[in-house]
Design a protein around this ligand. Sequence first.
Ligand code: GAL
Length: 936
Amino acid sequence: MNHEKARLFRQYRAYRFMDAIGYKTFVSVLCITIYACLAARTQDAKAGTGHVAWQRISINEGWRFYKYDSMEKADSLIYDVRPEVRDRRDDRPADSRPQQAENVESARIVLKPWILPTGNEFIQNPAKRHVRPEGSPGCDFPFVQGDFDDSSWNRVNLPHDWAIKGPFTGWDGEVGGGMGRLPSPGVAWYRKKIDIPESAKEKSIFLDVDGAMSYAMVWLNGSLVGGWPFGYASWRLDLTPYVVPGRENQLAIRLDNPPESSRWYPGGGIYRNVWLAMAGPIHVGQWGVFVTTHHVSSESAGIIVEVTIDNDSGDYAAVTAVTRIFSLDMHGNKTGDAAAVITSPEAVIAGGGKAKTKGSVTIRNPALWGPPPTQTPNRYAAVTTLWQNDKPVDQHETRFGIRRLRFEPDSGIFINGELIKLKGVNLHHDLGALGTAFHTRAAERQLEILREMGCNAIRTAHNPPAPELLELTDRMGFLVMDEAFDVWERRKTPLDFHLIFPDWHEQDLRAFVRRDRNHPSVIMWSFGNEVGEQYTGEAGAALASRLHDIITEEDTTRPATSAMNWAKPDMPFPAVIDVISLNYQGEGIRQAPEFEGTSRIRTKPQYDAFHEAFPDKIILSSETASAFSSRGIYLFPVTQKISDIVRDGRGGDSRIRHVSAYELHAVDFGSSADKVFRSIAQHPFAAGEFVWTGWDYIGEPTPYYECRSSYCGIIDLAGFKKDRFYLYQSHWRPELPMAHILPHWNWPDRVGEITPVHVFTSGDEAELFLNGQSLGRKKKKQYEYRLRWDDVEYRPGELRVVAYRNGAKWAEDIVQTTKKPARLEVSADRSEIFADGNDLAFITVRVTDRNGLAVPTANIPVAFDIEGPGEIVATDNGDPNSFVPFPSHQRDTFSGLALVIIRSFPGNSGRITMTAVSPGLGEAKAVIHSRGPDCR
Ligand code: GAL
């Protein structure tokens, strides 16, 4: 097409567009587009911070906190009455059949009717929205008053987990092992005075809470504003009617964490970020920009931007949304000029109403988002400006990625045309010794260690994660199964989510999808895990179908599923979900003869049956393994099987409460990693797996419920790698030359005894040497993932393995018998941190012998001290048996290691020196430089 022709064609298209939308609108859209393009350069600098932009102010600092000593002593401002807890059994196996819902009736006045309207925005059918009753319960309660003296309350900054400091409640304590033996249940208050400037008079003002555990109820200046019961939800309250601009406003938040409400450690408190958001009366709605892409290739991509505009003014408003698209660099900063501008047709919105407007554009040569190592997680930002009467009135930034997802039932998930098998793990929301208080660096460290193992996917078991976790997975290129619920109507623990499900499932599900749907890392939704409704035939499937529909009403670009540990191909449940998401069923459950006749779930391997029954759906394993081990603890005899259960003398020892790190044992319904690898390889149509779990987590310490934390992590609670890490690495990173020997070689009591040696390697063959003498060269057979020398007689000295690939030397590993503990050694994950009062350094303390070899059996007391502008926040050693409170500055090493977590002081740069000292071993110092914010 020559230039003149192209000009005429453009003119023709413009006239057609004008015809469609009317002359006046066309002219204003044109003016705004020209203005936007011209202004783009100058506004780039302002984007996100300019005067029209949303102001989102962190109000994490300077809260006062008070928790009642006991539930009995708490005030009576309850959200709703709860059933009496009749069943306190703590160690119920994870795959127990869930119970019926409790129906609770009460004549008491509860605050629920005032809280329910908070969720109205997420109830589709206007007739079902809640009307706030008259009055403001709790308004005369002292804690909500501005003049209440809270100076004796604790000062805390958010995110805050009130339970993590402990103390652990002990073996017969109130809180069982399932919930981690930490005091997460209870009722507590948070108070803060917030300054609202006079200039905010004309603004709409919101409180944005990313997560509060749980049953939050909020008062401002003595008036009950609203709340949100689900502890994993992110939610917003409109403070505008209650705010008094130009003075301090008193915010008071009451939380109530029921006992027996979770199968794992839920934490307690306002454990995620909290924001004050301010905008003009015409503004982008909550999570109001939805960016989708279509016809994606490396040459071009279509981008559709749908904007929901709220008009909080009393008058009609005609508003246009102009969205500029920018590339982001790897740190999330906008680069260069806008790559495209999308002007959406004018929306006319009644006062107090809302409207949607949608526009699209095609961009050339998009930088696609995809998972490393073969692809790059490129991202974009959509900067949306709202225009009213030719003036910008609001601006909002939304990050997104451009990628093409294809789900092939015979092979798996294609991203930008490349088949990517899921090498995934499940993650709970706690961050070990830091508890559930979200911390971006701690989560990033989790992901970094998983990445080193070759992991490329995360399932957010079993609830919505912190928003920042998805920012990390976007940036780092992990694939995410974003999961909403563990429970629907049928309960797993007496006071869990089933109590609020009937009133809140729609709001929780819509809020969850709207919050997360722009994240390129989220590739599918999960709206349930092993729910009891699998057992209720058509009724359960009907509920699943309703939940599925809610998700697809909010997002049609991703499939939605619910994980099944029981439902079979001929049951109604799997028919109503998009993805066959199996927990343990792929490998089969309790197939060993000893389980014959058991009333527990027994299932033959199910991949083929599901694939046959649902040839149009992809199949994956949302949970595999649940294999157990204690880092560095090896128990004998070693099973000859590739996968076995845990019993005393069979991989476990209930006296010391440890499971053998030969990595061959799993929960009764699970399988070892080796067995899972085999079954996935034998079913090439399977899209991959999410291992239960990547990291150990607090609570659910199966098989020893007397303890505090899990055994199923590939990485322990402190972040130290178990041997299993190398088994996964050998399989998931086949191109990385590596070999790993187990066990350690310090067995003074086993001289002459059979002490099997196993090797994990990405090679295909290996030769093992003991003190220079070959113990034979072995080759992996098909579906074998470890090399085993099961008849080695222990003699102290050196084990050396040389691994080969295709006959050529590939990798080597050495394990030596060490001398006795002689020294401490310390090493930090980073030598520089930011002096922002938030950044962390993770320091590993290692016991070594006099030659500097790590002593793998050393369980030795160490004390920690710190000098300089930083503090010790927590310590750990990864032992599920340890009841030493996490903030303790003294701790035994476990299998030779301990962890110290250090936090910088705000605005105070300098050298932080952490000293570890142990009797007879002297001291070791780690130096961390805390740098001012200007070095960011
Ligand atoms: C699964 C369950 C997980 C966890 C796991 C422990 O059945 O979905 O949440 O409990 O068992 O093995």
